[in-house]
Design a protein around this ligand. Sequence first.
Ligand code: GLN
Length: 514
Amino acid sequence: MKRETVVVLDFGGQYNQLIARRVRECNVYCEIYSYKTDFEKIKALQPKGIIFTGGPNSCYEPGAPTYTKEIFELGVPILGICYGSQLMMHLLGGKVEKAPVREYGKIEVTTDRTSDLFADVSEKTICWMSHNDYISQMAPGFRTIAYTDNCPYAAMENTEKKLYATQFHPEVLHTQEGQKMLSNFVFRVCGCAGDWKMDSFVEQSIRQIREKVGDGKVLCALSGGVDSSVAAVLLSKAVGNQLTCVFVDHGLLRKNEGDEVEAVFGPDGPYDLNFIRVNAQERFYSKLAGVTEPEKKRKIIGEEFIRVFEEEAKKIGAVDFLVQGTIYPDVVESGVGGESTVIKSHHNVGGLPDYVDFKEIIEPLRDLFKDEVRKAGLELGIPDYLVFRQPFPGPGLGIRIIGAITPEKVQMVQDADAIWREEIAAAGWDKKVNQYFAALTNMQSVGVMGDERTYDYAIALRAVTTTDFMTAESAEIPWEIIGKTTSRIVNEVKHINRVLYDCTGKPPATIEFE
Ligand code: GLN
């Protein structure tokens, strides 16, 4: 069975993943590809529709991202957004130039509701714009279907060729009826059926995994986080006791987390997994000794992880497959799909060593966004408290300790983090923020304790709100909670004499520290 796919062709826009998520909210599967992807490859995907993203460049400048004009002859509907709309016009004979008035922010757009794109959309609707260039002349064969005071061609269509273009960004929430427009494109223009649903994903995955694995043995890397837990339970439903789950305690877990994971997935828990816990703390600490560069730390942790698995696999006997809980944003952010620059390598993707001692890696969640992973988890009957756990990075506390890692620093950050989480939960703020943790800065400063000079570390507290973890805001935690946490940390955790609160959003910071 061929699943319906809409392709997002990425021209370096910030919102590539957002577009894909919006399409998936229509229950239509969607994948992101860089504009550098071969036309033949895109064609082979037999997409039901293609969406061109925005992008930072000016399409009329030499060297700006472009695509072969042949794509417009495929007969597949195309929606160009912002840069994508400008490029479409530019390539098809219209004119794009620097706009006399740049538009940024929420702007009232007047739409022509006879267009399929604007069916059931209000005539005057607020859309979000972010452009310096504008289309001063449409390509032949197009008609204008939306305008603003400063932008005569805010949206265009060529129904015969099924080409659509919007200068504004329907994918961002500020465009009030954006989801309606995208769903109009997906259903009315592309004619999608919308049968990409979580129950069918789970069912289909189980079937595919069974087919692939046959009677082979499977080893699953279980970290206790949401992604690997969902992957493990999915695998256990598919291949039962052919699966062995290895949980590596790399010594960079939150306080008591190793025991908590064992309580749920171990022999006394509700799941039928061959669960093995490996206490590999010492190995990781010695590999990491003196290493300060974040990317290097990530790579070392990722690599050592795989090595531990290989060794475990050898003890178990022949193992054919290794399961990893890689999810779609990991893939895109690692620069594999899409056109976004590498922000940081992900534990599961960029950190993978060249030589892996297994026949194949299975990544059953590779196509899913986080909220979809959670839906799959619920579908699989995993309890809420596990499914809605806050995210914890694969390299763990290794990237919440700035600079070199030592067992003492791990203990400091574990203890401080446990206090912060306790206080946040006690105040009922755990449901109001999406991620919160403590990180150990590499800063030492002078303090005074019991009349004595100290020269100790500063802990940074972080708490953010976010819907998709792509962007985030620092949470306005009441001073009381921060104050209480601060005094507990400096009193209870040795070698911490200063507590800082991180007020930065993402961007410009990231949620994690390294
Ligand atoms: N760089 C183009 C412009 O300024 C497109 C911007 C965008 O895609 N958001 O108009």
